[in-house]
Design a protein around this ligand. Structure first.
Ligand code: GLY
Length: 374
């Protein structure tokens, strides 16, 4: 199933359940405690906390997200694991004090397993988890009962996990809405580790800076599923890099003048593809390279991609050539990339050239020093 079809089915399923479709918010969040939007719920925080009235009590979205820096940073994993990315799209549905576990758990199962309007996962390939409880919050008995009695999952396929895995939020890690969660995993049955595909968060607390929790006036639902992970499975691939969300960038890199037998080739190509996708999306949302905050994240991604290019023989600026496949990938979902394609390519090229100059100067200084001390 193509990624656009996955997006369309997601939105349609929840629109049929009276959810308002809310287009992705910018990667630059309104929330001052966050550097970059890192989850689908970020634009909705004021609704969860009861600070603002939502336009609808139910929402569905596909949110652009970046996880670089801070506790959620996936940077070191990029290219080394089959699934980690700095930029990804989070499919989500939300209840602002409206429905709760009884509704969302069976819905998630229906969407994943239905062949006609859903994704057609085989039930025996799915596993779920619930929060096992700790000294602050008790075991999520309700979720356990709904999965077992209402959905019919055998108890041995319902894992009970602790705070690290099954208690989500707040989004910046310090203060804000949070709650126990229930995750759905895909188990290919080939002995490899099950893949988490969807997280259902039962957002019923507000966490304060001292770590204490207070119940929210009304319980909410915040869910997040990874588009790239679902696409990997439904497209029969082993890694996110082979899906239609990244493969065209990889193809383009391989057409460049790279050292084909370089031992770092596979890792470098994946890192470059990930970083250029993320950089293009950040610039598209108004981030500019700088030495501070999100501008620094962008600068670091461009320079890291250039460096990995250098390692595989790409000694001249090449990154701006990769903006075109990124634009094509997001043609329908984020047409604004096409509108600012030229500007994105220019910013990337300028930054890449500045970096090359820094490297050249550094190398020159280094050589001078070596000569002086010989
Ligand atoms: N807010 C749900 C998640 O990020 O998994």
């Amino acid at each position: 199933m193509k990624s656009q079809e996955i997006r369309d089915r997601w939105i349609k399923f929840f629109e049929n359940k009276k959810h308002l479709y809310v287009p992705s918010a910018s990667l630059i969040p309104q929330n001052p405690t966050l550097l970059l939007t890192n989850a689908g719920m970020v634009p909705f925080v004021p609704y969860f906390l009861g600070q603002e009235k939502p336009p609808s009590k139910r929402a569905v979205s596909i949110q652009k997200c970046v996880r670089v820096g801070g506790k959620d940073s996936d940077l070191e994993n990029i290219g080394k694991t089959p699934r980690h990315l700095t930029f990804f799209e989070m499919l989500g549905n939300f209840s602002f004090g409206d429905y709760f576990k009884e509704e969302v758990i069976p819905w998630s199962w229906d969407l994943l397993t239905n062949k006609d309007y859903g994704y057609g996962f085989k039930p025996e390939q799915l596993l779920v988890s619930i929060f096992e409880g700790d000294d602050k919050v008790s075991e999520d008995k309700e979720a356990l009962d709904i999965w077992h009695k209402k959905v019919g999952i055998p108890e041995n396929r319902i894992l009970k996990l602790g705070r690290k895995d099954n208690f989500w939020g707040p989004p910046g890690g310090i203060s804000g809405p949070c709650g126990p969660c229930s995750e759905i995993y895909y188990d290919s049955g080939d002995g490899s580790e099950p893949i988490e595909i969807w997280n259902l968060v039962f957002m019923q607390y507000e966490q304060f800076e001292d770590g204490s929790l207070k119940s929210l006036p009304k319980p909410n639902v915040d869910t997040g599923a990874g588009l790239e992970r679902i696409a990997t499975i439904l497209q029969g691939k082993q890694t996110v890099f082979e899906t239609d969300l990244l493969a065209p960038i990889i193809k383009k890199i391989k057409e460049l003048d790279i050292e084909k037998s370089n031992t770092k080739l596979d890792l470098s190509v994946k890192i470059i593809a990930d970083h250029i996708r993320c950089s293009a999306m950040l610039i598209g949302d108004g981030v500019k390279p700088s030495n501070l905050g999100r501008g620094y994240v962008l600068r670091m991604l461009i320079r890291r991609a250039a460096r990995y290019g250098w390692l595989i023989g790409l000694k001249k600026p090449f990154l701006s050539e990769l903006v075109s496949p990124v634009k094509d990938i997001f043609d329908k979902a984020y047409p604004q990339v096409k509108e600012s394609e030229k500007q994105i390519a220019e910013i990337i090229e300028t930054e890449e050239k500045a970096f090359a100059k820094t490297l050249e100067n550094g190398l020159k200084k280094f050589n001078e020093l070596v000569e002086k001390y010989q």
